[in-house]
Write a protein that binds this ligand. Structure first.
Ligand SMILES: Nc1ncnc2c1ncn2[C@@H]1O[C@H](COP(=O)(O)OP(=O)(O)OP(=O)(O)O)[C@@H](O)[C@H]1O
Ligand SMILES: [Mg+2]
Length: 489
């Protein structure tokens, strides 16, 4: 079953999405409600003050146990028609928007600023009822008494205050504020909240996307890196900026180096033991033979065999030690500028090599088009060139020729060594650079140590160059080895 497995990046993004949607939901859904309740409470507080103030003023207008309604009506109607220019943030207000009504002690309306309800019985409305009972009276109900099913905007807030006369309750005064008049504030606030919510939502979403991208890029790099490592590929540790992932990458790199060291040592020891076992067995068998009676000539022959095996072992051990030293290096020492011709000349001036070339009657052909100077560690560069020339010498038949070509391109110089041997057999093609891999020479039937090309590869790597070995193109026989050294401008 192919189950969907969300990556860490996707999970981080989803978390951001959930959190930011939560915040946005709160800001657009729950917060406006709380906000408008807050506005209502603030308005109620001011209404209480207003109702009490008006009730107190009325107290002074009670003559002969009668409220001077006419005077009060004059005051309120001029007050309600008063024009002004108030600005509450973005909200302009030009007229008072209150309704005021007064009831007598029985709850009957004796004055209403709208003129609608004079004479009606309000004694069962909470504002009037509670106030006349000496309690705080208020209510929130339809602005229009005939409306039995008011929406929140069709409601109004009613806050009443008692009117006293001669130390006793005399009636009640109610101030009324339509909810729709207050709603304007919460609507503006709500719009602003919605705007902020969408900005917060977008920012946190972008932020989440950024973080999840960063997390998934880092993890992908690490996954790619570890996958390549597990396949045995030679990859550089990824460049990760995120501290935790960079530390993890470094830890993996360290682990890889330690494992590689361990593997390297194990491989080396096992192959070395194997390589050394045959000369040791050879020496034992020859020595046992020497115990048998024989003439001087035979004895000399066997002793020479032992010495031969001994020097082969000696050579192998020193080559192995050299290679293991080289393989642990990651920089060049004593870098100098040398011309390519000079390097080749030094290699070919070695007496042993000269002797070999002569004894196999090999003709050396030069096709050197460039003598550019390159920056190298001369001893190593010569070692690389000598290894491919030695291979050509040992694989080319007697009396044939070896061609040494030098070509220069804009960025590197190529040294090519072409021989006329049998070339590389198909079965050996993928293994040429493996340690200890060696094919017997066609003329002598002897194998080498199989370390030469390994040296060459490491040396070329240290120089920022490369080595390649393939069969010659357009020619029936022979191999072509190429070394590429970079030219530094
Ligand atoms: N010019 C060539 N022609 C044919 N095969 C070659 C040539 N050069 C290298 N090879 C193949 O590559 C193998 C590895 O070469 P390498 O130089 O590493 O080892 P070697 O020559 O066998 O041993 P060593 O160099 O350690 O003495 C050789 O054994 C051979 O099979
Ligand atoms: Mg070799």
């Amino acid at each position: 079953m192919n189950l969907f497995r969300p990556t860490l990046g996707v999970k981080v993004f989803i978390s951001y999405l959930v959190i930011s949607s939560g915040i946005a939901w709160y800001l657009t859904d729950t917060a406006p409600d709380k906000l408008s309740k807050g506005i209502d409470k603030a308005a109620e507080e001011v209404m209480i003050d207003t109702a009490n103030l008006l009730a107190q003023i009325l107290t002074f207008d009670i003559v002969n146990d009668q409220i001077n309604i006419e005077k009060f009506d004059r005051i309120t109607s001029t007050y309600l028609n008063r024009q002004f220019d108030a600005k509450i943030y973005d909200f302009a207000k030009h007229k008072a928007s209150l309704q005021i009504y007064i009831t007598d002690l029985k709850g009957q309306v004796i004055y209403d600023s709208t003129g609608r309800y004079v004479g009606e019985d309000f004694s069962r409305d909470n504002d009037v009822y509670l106030t006349l009972k000496g309690k705080y009276g208020s209510r929130s109900s339809a602005y229009d008494r005939d409306n039995k099913n008011p929406t929140s905007d069709e409601k109004a807030f009613y806050v009443a205050a008692p009117i006293y006369h001669k130390g006793a309750r005399f009636g009640s005064l109610t101030v009324v504020k339509q909810a729709s008049k207050l709603r304007a504030f919460s609507v503006t606030q709500e719009e602003q909240l919605k705007y902020y919510a969408s900005v917060i939502f977008l920012i946190s979403l972008l932020f989440g996307a950024g973080i999840s991208l960063m997390v998934s890029r880092s993890t992908n790099k690490l996954i790619k890196y570890t996958t390549s490592l597990s396949k045995g590929e030679n990859v550089a540790s990824p460049n990760i900026r995120q501290v935790e992932f960079a530390d993890l990458s470094k830890a993996i790199e360290k682990l890889r180096a330690e494992l590689e060291d361990k593997e390297y040592i194990e491989e080396f020891i096992s192959i070395m033991a194997h390589e050394i076992r045959s000369p040791i067995t050879g020496i034992r068998l020859t020595a046992e033979t020497l115990l048998l009676p024989m003439d001087d000539e035979q004895r000399t022959h066997f002793i020479k065999n032992i010495l031969d095996a001994n020097s082969r072992m000696d050579l192998l051990v020193s080559r192995i030690l050299d290679l293991s030293k080289l393989e642990r290096r990651d920089t060049l020492d004593n870098v100098e500028k040398t011309s390519v011709k000079r390097l080749i000349k030094n290699v070919l001036s070695s007496p042993t090599r000269k002797g070999l070339i002569k004894s196999k009657s090999i003709e050396l052909k030069y096709d050197i088009e460039s003598d550019v100077e390159i920056e190298v560690e001369a001893i190593l560069a010569e070692q690389a060139i000598s290894n491919i020339i030695d291979n050509a010498i040992s694989f080319t038949p007697n009396g044939s020729s070896i061609q040494i070509k030098v070509r220069e391109s804009n960025r590197n110089v190529q040294i090519k060594v072409l021989d006329e041997g049998e070339g590389i057999p198909d079965y050996a093609k993928g293994r040429l650079f493996t340690r200890f891999y060696s094919v017997a020479r066609p003329d002598t039937g002897k194998r080498g140590n199989g370390l030469g090309l390994r040296f060459v590869k490491k040396i070329m790597h240290l120089h920022g160059g490369s080595v390649a070995l393939k069969n010659r193109f357009m020619k029936k026989d022979g191999a072509e080895a190429t070394l590429k050294f970079p030219i530094k401008s």
